[in-house]
Write a protein that binds this ligand. Sequence first.
Ligand SMILES: *Cc1c(COP(=O)(O)O)cnc(C)c1O
Length: 397
Amino acid sequence: MSSNGSTSSASAKLPVYLDNHATTPLDPRVLEAMMPFLTSKFGNAASNSHPFGWEAAGAVEAARRQIAAAIGASAQEIVFTSGATESDNLALKGVVDAFCEKGNHVITAVSEHKAILDSCKYLEKHGCHITWLPVQADGRIDLGRLKDSFTDRTILVSIMAANNETGVLQPVEEIGALCRERGVLFHSDAVQALGKIPLDVKRAHLDLASLTAHKLYGPKGCGALYVRNDPSVRLAPMIHGGGHEHGLRSGTLNVPGIVGFGKACEIAQQNLSEESRRLAGLRDRLRDRLLAGLDQVVINGSMEHRLPGNLNMSFLHVEGETLLTGLHDVALSSGSACSSGKTEASHVLKALGLSDEAAGCAIRFGIGRFNTEAEIDYVAGRVIELVKSLREVSALS
Ligand SMILES: *Cc1c(COP(=O)(O)O)cnc(C)c1O
């Protein structure tokens, strides 16, 4: 097989990484910002009696401001965690624990990330009532159904900003307004939205939001929970110890990770509109080529309310897993990356109303900052070629 894209003059360096919803490569500028804190500036941010500690604490506070600025929050509203899985757990369990007197009803949606779904299942086992909102065929929740789900025992609504499989954006500002009207807390898993689309916690009336560095060209193992301050959201900690992060999350801070997270937010914020236009252009180019080259292709989820770098498509009569195996020089995902160990049809695609079969034919394309037009053309060419040949084989059998 030629290493050049057959449909492009510029060559794509192989393998092509097109799985940017699972994780993103570290931006070299982020690494550069982190490097001193992995080497000479190794202090513990909690050491307040010497310059090593002061230097680390200063860097952490600067990063807190950068992250807060990216979501319209203030620095003291950012609580550092080990990633968004922990942030989701802290938000849900922390609110339920702190508000058990007031109520025990939580509203979420069936298309959420596993970190939300499994935390809610845990809470359900411990006496919480969970409303699992369905989503419409375009992947968005129905605001009327949300309105009808509130009870006088409702304490929290948790709805993600952008879906990690389909890229579908939820109407967070409208959801936030409904929650605020009723005095119910609103949490959003905003991992995929951060640095990709404008996100303002004040406009969306968010009380809590989960963030992670490694989905926006920062390091793995470093995340944050935005916790609204004025008036402050009551939250019970899940990890007890030295009382770091206002007692909400004990444990020595990951200083290099936090510095990288801050830098990643700053870069994303500075280039948001330009980068999102570029990614949407690449995404539309990929979509148009695939639609022109193949029939029996379905786009999953709303095209209008969607992350710029996301495309999720079902190539009917071709098993997604088989397609991925054939595309060994392209990194893609056939379902949720977090559950791709098992080959179950994606819960997100089934929530859109797809049959097991149509969901099994789905491929997620996640386009990111470092992808080029030549790579997109290469991938489009390879997918078209392979889908055609797999369909021929199955037609013969
Ligand atoms: C990746 C992801 C998470 C988990 O984040 P980690 O930092 O890897 O724990 C949670 N929610 C969504 C929507 C994600 O895409």
